[in-house]
Design a protein around this ligand. Structure first.
Ligand SMILES: Cc1cc2nc3c(=O)[nH]c(=O)nc-3n(C[C@H](O)[C@H](O)[C@H](O)COP(=O)(O)OP(=O)(O)OC[C@H]3O[C@@H](n4cnc5c(N)ncnc54)[C@H](O)[C@@H]3O)c2cc1C
Ligand code: SF4
Length: 272
């Protein structure tokens, strides 16, 4: 593992000021993705800025919606009473991921920015256009059961592995960031990029832009929502594919069930 410097910061602005000007600097949240990849020499930051003491872990009502701090742990979000009642699809998606120990460490910001589980990406013995642009994509002709069905390119067919993100897209979540150029609100549906010709570029974030929160708007359908994950094992496995679905039901006397579906947003994993 490459040596690195470590700093802990207490304020978001200080964190941004340390990471933004230094291409070799990286935020450290729960560390469950980044530290693994550092041990594998896939990611090699020389400066780690620990953001665990930033006051960004609250889950609170904001207007009629909910704001989830970027440092809220996956388990705290999954078991939060408001989330379980108003956004069950999000709670189910989080609880379908990883293990209880990992969910206790993993944060919302880190979950959105975890890297692909493509086997070739994680093994430096293989070429990989995402890790080393222009080196090739062995997954296209190789072992690709967990890769994209739609949305891939001739450069890369990797998917983003987050269960949480699939549910949040169905809920019209908006990512709030703070960077060297100020604050931004980014709809999650626009946040991750398809591989195209630049698979090394995975999101619309600038280097050093800090995720501070994710907002879930009030929603007529979120309370009737469900997450379905298909995987090789019943637990502790990444998705082969998954679906987040929600129903907006409107009372109507003329339908056999007494209700009519007004809206049915569905988000499918594996489309990128
Ligand atoms: C064995 C195993 C099984 C897993 N299974 C699943 C699964 O089934 N489903 C699933 O969805 N996930 C799964 N995961 C992934 C897990 O959910 C992620 O590792 C975790 O969510 C990452 O969060 P973290 O806080 O630990 O991020 P870190 O590892 O600390 O950071 C990840 C990346 O995000 C950046 N970052 C972190 N926070 C911020 C922020 N606020 N602003 C800007 N950048 C930031 C870091 O710089 C880093 O690049 C699994 C992980 C492991 C190790
Ligand atoms: S699918 Fe993407 S991440 Fe995997 S080997 Fe190909 S270029 Fe690399």
């Amino acid at each position: 593992m490459q040596p690195f410097n470590y700093k802990k910061v207490g304020q978001a602005d200080n964190a941004v000021a340390l990471v933004a000007p230094d291409a070799a600097a990286s935020y450290l949240a729960g560390g469950t993705s980044l530290i693994d990849l550092m041990k594998l020499n896939v990611q090699t930051p020389t400066e780690l800025v620990d953001i665990n003491t930033l006051p960004l872990a609250k889950i609170e009502m904001q207007g009629n919606g909910v704001r989830i701090g970027a440092m809220a742990r996956n388990s705290d979000v999954a078991y939060d009473a408001i989330i379980q009642k108003r956004y069950p699809v999000l709670s189910e998606a989080l609880l379908s991921g990883a293990s209880p120990q990992l969910r206790n460490m993993a944060t919302v910001g880190g979950n959105l920015l975890q890297r692909t589980r493509c086997y070739y990406f994680r093994d430096t013995a293989f070429p990989c256009n995402k890790r080393v642009p222009g080196s090739g994509c062995p997954a296209i002709e190789g072992y690709n059961r967990i890769h994209a069905i739609l949305g891939g390119s001739d450069r890369c067919i990797a998917t983003h592995p987050s269960d949480m993100a699939v549910a949040m897209v169905a809920l019209d979540a908006v990512v709030q960031t703070r960077g060297p150029n100020g604050e931004r609100s980014i709809p999650l549906v626009d946040f991750h990029l398809v591989p195209g010709n630049t698979p090394e570029k995975e999101t619309v974030l600038q280097h050093g832009e800090l995720i501070v929160a994710v907002d879930l708007p009030a929603s007529p359908f979120a309370a009737r929502s469900h997450y379905l994950k298909v995987r090789d094992r019943a637990s502790y496995a990444f998705a082969m594919t998954s679906v987040a679905a929600a129903l907006d039901m409107q009372n109507a006397v003329y339908h056999a069930t007494g209700k009519r579906i007004r809206d049915l947003p569905i988000t499918l994993d594996k489309l990128l």
